[in-house]
Design a protein around this ligand. Structure first.
Ligand SMILES: Cc1cc2nc3c(=O)[nH]c(=O)nc-3n(C[C@H](O)[C@H](O)[C@H](O)COP(=O)(O)OP(=O)(O)OC[C@H]3O[C@@H](n4cnc5c(N)ncnc54)[C@H](O)[C@@H]3O)c2cc1C
Length: 321
């Protein structure tokens, strides 16, 4: 029997494990993928917007070569954290169901086994489900919702959909590695949330025509060698080899819903929790990390949600006394 079972071995799930370890609680962290699976799946050349000390957990120093660490350094860092604290992590094991029994104990069923636990922390992040464009041809192999690296796109005509950080990073990186890039953007310009040191770069590339753009526009159909775009000047058809749909991601709410977690009746689908303890409407189910923001996936991130770990474990430790 565990005191607490933590779903998700992202930075915040690991932080919860560290606090549980410090408090002497019996815990286990379970992840459906590898350690810090979301960061692993980020673009290979990704640089964090946070400086390295803001991503630290468990008092382990994060030294990076530059002020802002990159994905490789973050993977190295969180591996070192897991080893330093000898965290009890089970990887490649998906939590499928969690049922609260009459005695208040949870039965958690995973792809590999069954666990009993007195409390559950949901730290499942937001990187699992991409927003779809819902247009014909979206399922073609040339359409991707996750981006790794620019090399395959050298000499290719690519369309980048979106105007937030991910889209802008993909557009600039592929352009600089020899792709012919066109951005298709629903809004009237590059979003203000784009990193302030990157925004002028993309806007200048668009203005000088190095990167083509269609604003206030949407893709209406994707075919193997062409894409149809509805623009303010009417429909256009452009030649195309690849579509990078950087349209954002949303948390997988189904597990939370199945566990009885309730959500505010707003369009952001924000889960209900006590902001002093992070406890949801279901006693002994806690929420931690980016998942707390519902569809507002930029509300919570590593640097401002590390603190959830301490708050939750403090509450559990008080209950245990
Ligand atoms: C390109 C990019 C750049 C970013 N830069 C920054 C930055 O500079 N600074 C910053 O603070 N934040 C940044 N973020 C956001 C940051 O990565 C997230 O806030 C962070 O990963 C959230 O941590 P988390 O532990 O809450 O969730 P995640 O890191 O997403 O971890 C959730 C984990 O839960 C696992 N999981 C999900 N469902 C299940 C299940 N059913 N069973 C078992 N395991 C499951 C997943 O595999 C995953 O490993 C960035 C995000 C992106 C996309």
């Amino acid at each position: 029997m565990h005191d607490v079972l933590i779903i998700g071995a992202g930075p915040i799930g690991l932080a919860c494990g560290i606090e549980a370890e410090k408090a002497g609680l019996e815990y286990v962290i379970i992840d459906k993928g590898c350690l810090v699976n979301s960061i692993y799946n980020y673009p290979l050349g990704m640089t964090f917007f946070s400086s390295s000390e803001k991503l630290e957990i468990g008092g382990v120093p994060f030294i990076s070569h530059l002020n802002k660490p990159n994905r490789f350094e973050a993977l190295e860092y969180y591996r070192r954290v897991a080893m330093t604290w000898s965290l009890k992590v089970r990887l490649y094991e998906e939590v499928k169901t969690a049922v609260k029994e009459e005695d208040g104990i949870f039965t958690i069923t995973t792809s590999k086994g069954v666990y009993k636990t007195k409390a559950v922390i949901i730290a499942t992040g937001f990187y699992d489900i991409p927003y779809l464009m819902n247009v014909p041809g979206e399922d073609l192999p040339k359409v991707a919702h996750y981006y790794k690296e620019p090399h395959p796109y050298f000499g290719q005509k690519i369309i980048v959909v979106g105007a937030a950080n991910s889209a802008v990073d993909v557009a600039l990186e592929t352009y600089r590695k020899g792709a012919e890039v066109t951005m298709v953007v629903r809004e009237s310009g590059i979003l203000d949330t784009v990193k302030y040191w990157v925004k002028p770069d993309i806007e200048n590339r668009i203005e000088e025509g190095s990167i083509k753009s269609y604003f206030n526009s949407e893709i209406t159909e994707i075919r193997p060698h062409e894409v149809d775009i509805m623009t303010p000047d009417g429909p256009k058809t452009v030649e195309n080899d690849y579509v990078m749909a950087m349209t954002g991601y949303k948390p997988n709410f189904s597990l939370m819903e199945a566990m009885g977690v309730e959500f505010q009746k707003d369009e952001l689908h924000t889960p209900i929790f006590n902001d002093k303890t992070q406890e949801s409407n279901v006693e002994n189910i806690y929420l931690a990390g980016v998942v707390c923001g519902g569809l507002k996936t930029n509300k919570w991130f590593i640097e401002n949600s590390r603190v959830h770990a301490e708050v939750i474990i403090e509450d559990l430790a008080i209950k245990k006394k």
